[in-house]
Design a protein around this ligand. Sequence first.
Ligand code: BES
Ligand code: MN
Ligand code: ZN
Length: 488
Amino acid sequence: MTTPININFVESDIDTIAGLTGKLAVLVSPDGKIDTLARRVNRLSKGAIARFAESDAFAKLEHGAGVALAYPAGMTCDGVIVVKIAKRPSVVEARKAGATMAVYKGTDTLTVLAASNPKAADISYGLALRAYAFIAHKTTETDDIQGATMMVTNPESVAAEAGPMAALAEGVFFTRDLVNEPSNILTTNDFAARLAAMQELGLEVEILEEDELAKLGMRTLLAVGQGSTSPSKVVVMRWNGGGDEAPFALVGKGVVFDTGGISIKPSAGMEDMTMDMGGAGVVSGVMRALALRGAKANVVGVVGLVENMPDGDAMRPGDVVRSMKGDTIEINNTDAEGRLVLADILWYTQERFKPTGMIDLATLTGAIIIGLGHDKAGVFSNNDTICKDFLKAAETENEGAWRMPLAPSYDKLLKSRTADMKNSCGRPAGASTAAQFLQRFVKEDTPWIHLDIAGVALLPGDSELAPKGATGWGVRALDRFIRDKYEG
Ligand code: BES
Ligand code: MN
Ligand code: ZN
């Protein structure tokens, strides 16, 4: 797995600055004021920092953005990035500042002259998140990525504050690695093995194989995987850091590749369907982060791992399958497979764990991308309280989320001629009809949220805290949600 870059915190030492190598970062507040460490760089570079701080270019910079000065005279380093950041920045601004430094850093060493900025830990968090690179399959790219050092006035307390953030970053990286990984490598077997390895962290991990799934009656989940040579699996991960109360449940769609099945997808862009296990990826990353930071909460993560392939054994359009719950489903489109996987694991999770609440995540519909684009996930819920709590957590973490409707009127569209419901009903309100379908497998008294992350799990370009590709969207928001709700 991608290792997070190593970030050390050391006491500020003005005398070493002239001789530092690699890259440097200094902070300048929006009013142009500079701290003692930046003042030292200013003196060595014969006033370059102050001149820049007084310039129009600096005035126009966004908070958290920066400008680089290459090979400053009077210093041994390769360059200094001057980052505009308030003396008391918000968490979001501080993370952005760290991300700016990460982009400038590249694979070089970096020394951040953070001095007494109160959000030094958040700067390190943004730096770590943005420094992520998926280079597992690049033959020529170096995995020799240098770490960073931050000069701060109180290294012990900053390091203590940064500890849980490093755990979260590792959870995010775990998710991103899973989502970026191609499907010939991340098979259902490989995915399950990576989750089983998390037992070392104190998670209980249980892998349910096809024969057990058949006994449990998970026929709709098994139908999705029946055209693939990779065996379908359900993996249950438990973190018991709380008392004896029932757990909160996270449920994820883990389609390791979605060809569409017999209702096959067009070839253009099909390669992106390696990310169709994104929901399961986020659930796995959250479980990892909870274990790494020793969360004081009981959480169960359940993921359905399958591959949707066309084959002689594959499910056909028109097939009728009985779900574990007992309702029958006409599969009129084999490309609406995610809801077939979730129907059974949502039901199973409630029957077995009686959770206090349940959130599922899935790259479920292209329709949510049409509706919300790439910066907000679709949020569907049967419960205003849990929904409000989640939206607040997502906002705090600056992870885009927008509530979308569920309504009985969508039920009419799910009517089938041959079964209790059909799995697909065309283009109108495609994300809502999918969510309405899922709601049929949620008990009325289970507070539940469905997150459609098709637009946010993988991005076509760089974003604030991630390079192009997998984002790990939701790991931070869900961890925050659990922390605020259960560890308050
Ligand atoms: N995995 C796709 C949804 C998706 C699309 C995810 C684009 C990420 C990017 C899902 O299984 C799917 O194929 N959904 C269909 C549903 C339709 C057949 C009702 C869709 O959105 O077209
Ligand atoms: Mn599909
Ligand atoms: Zn899919």
